[in-house]
Design a binder for this molecule. Structure first.
Ligand code: UD1
Length: 363
């Protein structure tokens, strides 16, 4: 059996790494290859993750780069079609909800290649998010729907899917945290920034709805100006966000906030080391809501919704949107948060990739 794994954007690499490791253990039965679409291409957005996570060099690098949604999706489809024409897998494994996910799935299914979607069934019910569109479409054309949390199963059942192809497997992104926990702890990146453990906040921000317009960025300036008076904030800034802060002439304003350290995108161990030693996280990422849930760190989600409700049920995540007062009261919540009360969801035990491998072997 021939299986290809697709990685395109930063969060994909942590999700495919454990799958690659497990599938490789079955190399007597399965030939596994990696396709990297090149949706993310900077060293710090891509290659550093391959190096740190021990992922093999991609067998196919499509080099598509950045573009509008239609152009990027179309470029990925045309490039991956050429790969499948020469080297056709039995299964394509796609993860998450980025443009690479839907582009490769759609191409595969039309060429008679079965698709397995890792992280199936997550729904924000917000069709303004490009990721929601990608998720729904990818699920629709997948032969195997591998869910990371019970809400995925509930959503797919409500949408009328054949329950026979749905499996609750856990979370491969959490497999990666669990597998590398010792490396993450000993990395000590936070010390190189002169930060003290449990005394600073870590911020990430990259959703188009949050960073693609001046008013929204100005609102974040006000929030950060307030929050940085309470504790230091470290902000590894996504290229999209950096470009927009400059484009809207807000760089000086952000730079003027004392106690706000804006840094370049960093590697996996460095970032997770910042997370694990922080007092709390503010983010609009999906994956970071999950990583903080696993680690028992309070997370303030700067979005109106989440497709990962288990993180809220668990008590570590508050989805507050971007209203100044709501963010301020969530920051107060982090002051009284006690990490010792929180345990990770049972299904996030570090063995999702093993379960997935077993499912495919027995398919
Ligand atoms: C993409 C995903 C998003 C995911 C995020 C993780 C889609 C629709 N969105 O958003 O779900 O949460 O990745 O980071 O697939 N850029 C660089 N260097 C790079 C990559 C991008 O400078 O290596 C810049 C380019 O200016 C590009 C912009 O970032 O135009 C946005 O990149 P893109 O991949 O289009 O979307 P993300 O915002 O990264």
């Amino acid at each position: 059996m021939k299986i290809f794994l697709v990685g395109g954007a930063r969060p994909n690499f942590m999700k495919i790494a454990p799958l690659y490791r497990e599938l490789k253990k079955k190399s007597d039965l399965i030939e596994t290859k990696i396709i990297h679409t090149g949706q993310h291409y900077d060293y710090s957005m891509s290659k550093v993750f391959f190096e740190q996570l021990g992922l093999a060099e991609p067998d196919y690098y499509l080099n598509v780069g950045s573009a509008s949604h239609a152009t990027q999706t179309a470029n990925i489809m045309m490039a991956v079609e050429k790969v499948f024409e020469q080297d056709k897998p039995d299964w394509l494994f796609v993860v998450g909800d980025v443009n690479s996910t839907i582009a490769c799935s759609l191409t595969a299914v039309k060429m008679g290649i079965k698709v397995a979607h890792v992280e199936a069934g997550l729904r924000s019910f917000d069709m303004d998010m490009p990721e929601e569109i990608n998720r729904i479409l990818t699920d629709r054309i997948s032969s195997l729907l591998l869910c990371s949390e019970p809400s995925g199963i509930k959503n797919l059942r409500a949408e009328g899917y054949d329950m026979g192809k749905i499996f609750l497997v856990g979370n491969t992104m959490i497999d990666t945290v669990a597998f590398h926990l010792a490396d993450i702890k000993k990395n000590d990146f936070y010390k190189t920034l002169d930060l003290k453990a449990n005394s600073y906040a870590c911020l990430t921000l990259h959703r188009p709805s949050n960073v693609d317009n001046a008013d929204s960025l100005l609102n974040f300036y006000n929030i950060l100006d307030y929050a940085a008076k309470e504790s230091e904030i470290v902000f590894p800034a996504h290229p999209r966000t950096v470009k927009n802060i400059e484009k809207f002439g807000l760089k000086e304003k952000f730079d003027s906030i004392k106690n706000l350290k804006i840094i370049e995108p960093i590697g996996y161990f460095e970032f997770m080391n910042l997370v694990i030693n922080s007092k709390f996280i503010m983010t609009d990422s999906g994956g970071i809501q999950e990583e903080t849930t696993f680690l028992g760190i309070p997370c303030i989600t700067l979005r109106e919704n989440t497709e990962r409700p288990i993180t809220c049920d668990n008590g570590t995540n508050k989805v507050v949107g971007t209203d100044f007062n709501k963010v301020v009261s969530a920051i107060k919540w982090t002051e009284v948060f006690s990490r010792s009360y929180y345990i990770a969801p049972l299904i996030w035990d570090g063995y999702a990739a093993e379960r997935i491998t077993e499912i495919i072997v027995n398919y």
